[in-house]
Design a protein around this ligand. Structure first.
Ligand code: TYM
Length: 325
């Protein structure tokens, strides 16, 4: 069975961008693949976090993963920090990666721009991400478009390691959703919708109630024209709404554009479609909150399963490099 892995940082509440670009597809892997999904809590530390808030968000994101339909009996769900092999392999990979490779990552450039203090972890983040994937000998990694460059680097590091030290890692493929690979912020449609944005009106959270979804979409920034057209460069706001509606209803954004002559109806239909799409997630999330023991049990079993395979790969990599594990 092919193996897949993917992760999500607990830097905020999960939103519709990550859902349409990545998480929505995750449950579909659990029957025909050996699937691993994790909360990348160590990655969140690359920018300063309030410890209590981080711990709460980590649990919350784990609950959201179960709410979107990941079944801990058919997939392995765990917290990255509970599997020590991630940081251990990251060190081995950092020692065969160059500073230049890390500095070329666009996410590093974006996240470090204009900051007084940039953590070393933010620079070396892609080596930890490569370790996350390579430890599980994953064949494929389902992610949104913004992770493409990190996955390219993961492949480069795996190939380099295999060439230098002998076949050790499976070289993984990125699996990027052909639709909704990059959902934009509702208030600034030139920016990716992100969990950690300051503007709560820019993102639709997975657990937002229908009236909140309606309010956010009705206030979404469009443009001063009146024509509904799918043209992301010239009309980023309207195109983003079309992309959301298309992804939620399984249609094509350009074709959908032809069915609307007013922004108002496009907005109300988009709000309705998103709200319906998220209904089961909202309901399951509410149930899980009443029974937190389920989340703890899933994470404990998941960490144990993940450790077995991760430790085995780590030992092989360490020995290949000549260090005793
Ligand atoms: P993160 O936490 O930013 O996002 C989780 C997943 O959601 C996708 N995504 C989006 N897709 C479409 N439109 C958006 N606006 C949007 N925002 C987020 C992301 O592409 C991602 O697939 N570095 C990763 C976490 C990570 C990881 C890994 C992923 C750590 N180790 C190993 C895969 C494998 C990240 O920051 O994702």
């Amino acid at each position: 069975m092919a193996r897949i892995i993917s992760g999500v940082q607990p830097t905020g509440t999960l939103n519709i961008g990550g859902y349409l670009g990545a998480f929505r597809h995750w449950p579909t892997y659990q029957d025909e693949h050996e699937a691993y999904f994790f909360v990348a809590d160590l990655h969140a530390l690359t920018v300063r976090q309030d410890p209590v808030v981080l711990a709460g968000r980590t649990r919350d994101v784990a609950a959201s993963l179960l709410a979107i339909g990941i079944d801990p009996t058919r997939a392995t769900v765990f917290l990255q920090s509970e599997v020590a092999a991630h940081t251990r392999l990251a060190w081995l990979l950092q020692c065969s990666a160059s500073i230049g490779e890390m500095q070329r990552m666009t996410q590093f450039k974006d996240k470090s721009a204009g900051k007084d203090m940039v953590s070393l972890g933010l620079l070396t983040y892609p080596a930890l991400m490569a370790a996350d994937v390579l430890l599980y000998q994953a064949d494929a990694v389902p992610v949104g478009d913004d992770q493409r460059q990190h996955l390219e680097l993961t492949r480069d590091l795996a190939i380099r390691f295999n060439n230098r030290y002998g076949e050790t890692f499976v070289v993984p493929e990125a699996q990027i959703s052909p639709v909704a690979g990059r959902i934009m912020d509702l208030q600034d449609p030139t920016k990716k919708m992100s969990k950690s944005n300051d503007s709560p009106m820019g993102a639709i959270d997975l657990t937002d109630e229908p009236e909140v979804i309606r309010r956010k979409i009705s206030r979404a920034v469009t443009d001063s024209e009146a024509e509904v057209a799918y043209d992301p460069a010239r009309k980023p706001g309207v195109s983003n709404l079309l992309e959301l509606l298309a992804a939620a209803t399984g249609q094509n954004p350009s074709q959908l554009a032809g069915q609307y002559d007013r922004y108002g109806t496009l907005k109300s239909d988009t709000a309705e479609a998103i709200s319906e799409l998220l209904r089961p997630v909202r309901e399951r999330y509410g149930e899980l909150c009443k029974d937190p023991g389920q989340i703890d049990a899933a994470l404990a079993t998941g960490a144990q399963r993940a450790r077995e395979i991760a430790e085995d790969t780590y030992r092989r990599a360490a020995r290949a490099m000549g260090v005793s594990c």
